[in-house]
Design a protein around this ligand. Structure first.
Ligand SMILES: NC(=O)c1ccc[n+]([C@@H]2O[C@H](COP(=O)([O-])OP(=O)(O)OC[C@H]3O[C@@H](n4cnc5c(N)ncnc54)[C@H](O)[C@@H]3O)[C@@H](O)[C@H]2O)c1
Length: 410
């Protein structure tokens, strides 16, 4: 491998792959991006982008125009191959689906040359890099193992990807020390933060554990909200006061846990270590249960309203996104909750300040003002900033699962 300016092949040009490809290109390295989706390839080659990420459009345009970045559907040759394809989990059992990673690695195999480096960035179950290494050895016995392989997890926050790619520390684990060293050399081209060497299995687990840790901590807060409800205690006041302890930091409860990382990655651990990962599994279950519990609360309020007023109430779902102040609906517990209410035959309108009404059809989107005016039950599902401290008329029934209007912190 030419260590000074390796030719980089980025496999998978999505939310992770495209910003990484553009950033690497901006360091004067030639990057060939590969994607199975011809539409994605065509868009990028026109200097445009297919995802939403601040500052990315300008960078991609410049890199394509300057000839440092080009996209293709055919796997090219190169020095460093970086795999950033999806790794979803499937079905009730949440079985990790490695088919995209395997297919990407199978496509790399015929192009692999002696001394090349293959890096997997896709969130993966422990042992994936070793498995893919074995697969490449099987497909290319002629190379006699003379290539390098490493795993390097991604921890960027959508909306800040270009900044965080450069400024977040990273764990880098090769299948041997030489692989780790070469992978670190590669990331040095664009990462300004610390690069920590480890082995591939540990690096894979680091990523899964980061998200499982958040999940477990949120589950603790969600469990407290269930206990407090039964005990007649305001959970927000409880947490606020407990957090006055200098070594306690309880997170905030909500309607569950969503998104494409925290709600999914812990299952990769549970699936492979089911006897041991009892807390991690339970946390997943608690966070999922919290959505059902909250839906039940709204349903009961609706039944009471109907008994009292002789008509069905109109329910306002305040927020649909999976966390505050974004428009991302992936695995969103708020959206799941609103769907459950609708499936029960309840009348639901939604307030989602981060979505444009004409681009979203599943729920009728109304403004917060219209919701407060027309709805009978106001259910706060996401702690969006515009909801904070909102004045809800006394005549309305309020269910506040995210402390939008309940308790001002001391
Ligand atoms: N998006 C994030 O914030 C984030 C954060 C941390 C980790 N990750 C992980 O990074 C990985 C990629 O995530 P993403 O959000 O970029 O996904 P994405 O869906 O945005 O992009 C993946 C791209 O890979 C392409 N692809 C699929 N199979 C391919 C193949 N065999 N060859 C070439 N291209 C192929 C798809 O067409 C798509 O364009 C996942 O494992 C994810 O869990 C994502």
């Amino acid at each position: 491998m030419k260590q000074d300016k390796p030719v980089v092949v980025m496999v998978g040009l999505g939310y992770i792959g495209l910003p990484t490809a553009a950033l690497v290109a901006s360091r004067g390295l030639h990057v060939k991006g590969v994607d199975v989706n011809p539409g994605v390839v065509e868009t990028i080659n026109q200097g445009k982008i297919h995802i939403v990420e601040p500052d990315l459009a300008g960078l991609v345009k410049r890199m394509v125009e300057e000839g440092y970045l080009e996209a293709t559907t055919e796997m090219p040759e190169g020095d460093v191959f970086v795999v950033a394809v999806p790794t979803p989990s499937r079905g009730e059992e949440h079985v990790p689906d490695l088919s995209y990673v395997e297919s990407a690695v199978r496509n790399v195999a015929p192009k692999l040359r002696r001394g090349n480096l293959v890096i997997i960035e896709s969130t993966s179950p422990v042992g994936t890099t070793e498995k893919m290494h074995a697969l490449l050895n099987e497909l290319r016995p002629d190379l006699e193992g003379d290539f390098h392989m490493a795993y390097c997890p991604e921890r960027v926050l959508p909306g800040r990807v270009l900044y965080e790619l450069q400024h977040n520390d990273r764990a880098i684990g090769g299948i041997d020390e030489e692989s780790t060293r070469r992978a670190i050399d590669f990331y040095r081209h664009f990462v300004k933060a610390e690069l920590y060497p480890t082995n591939a299995r540990t690096a894979e687990m680091v990523k899964l554990v980061e998200n499982a840790s958040r999940d477990v901590q949120i589950a603790f807060a969600n469990e407290l909200s269930l206990i407090s409800d039964k005990a007649g205690i305001n959970v927000w006041e409880l947490i606020d006061l407990a957090n006055k302890h200098p070594r306690v930091n309880i997170l905030r409860p909500g309607t569950g846990v969503g998104g494409h990382c925290i709600a999914i990655d812990p299952w990769f651990i549970v699936h492979d270590y089911s006897d041991e990962a009892r807390l991690i599994r339970t946390a997943r279950e608690i966070n999922n249960y919290k959505t059902l519990w909250a839906a039940e609360k709204v349903k009961n309020a609706a039944l009471e309203f109907e008994k009292e007023h002789g008509r069905k109430p109109l329910i306002a779902a305040m927020g649909l996104a999976f966390k505050p102040d974004i428009d991302d609906l992936r695995e969103s517990p708020a959206l799941a909750l609103a769907r459950m209410l609708k499936a029960q035959g309840l009348d639901v309108v939604a307030v989602e300040p981060n979505l444009e009404g004409d681009r979203y059809e599943e729920f009728q989107l109304v403004t917060a003002g219209e919701a407060l005016d027309k709805a009978d039950i106001i259910a706060f599902l996401v702690a969006h900033t515009p909801f904070k401290g909102m004045k809800v008329p006394e005549s309305k029934k309020v269910l506040d699962f995210v402390n939008a209007v309940t308790y001002p912190a001391k």
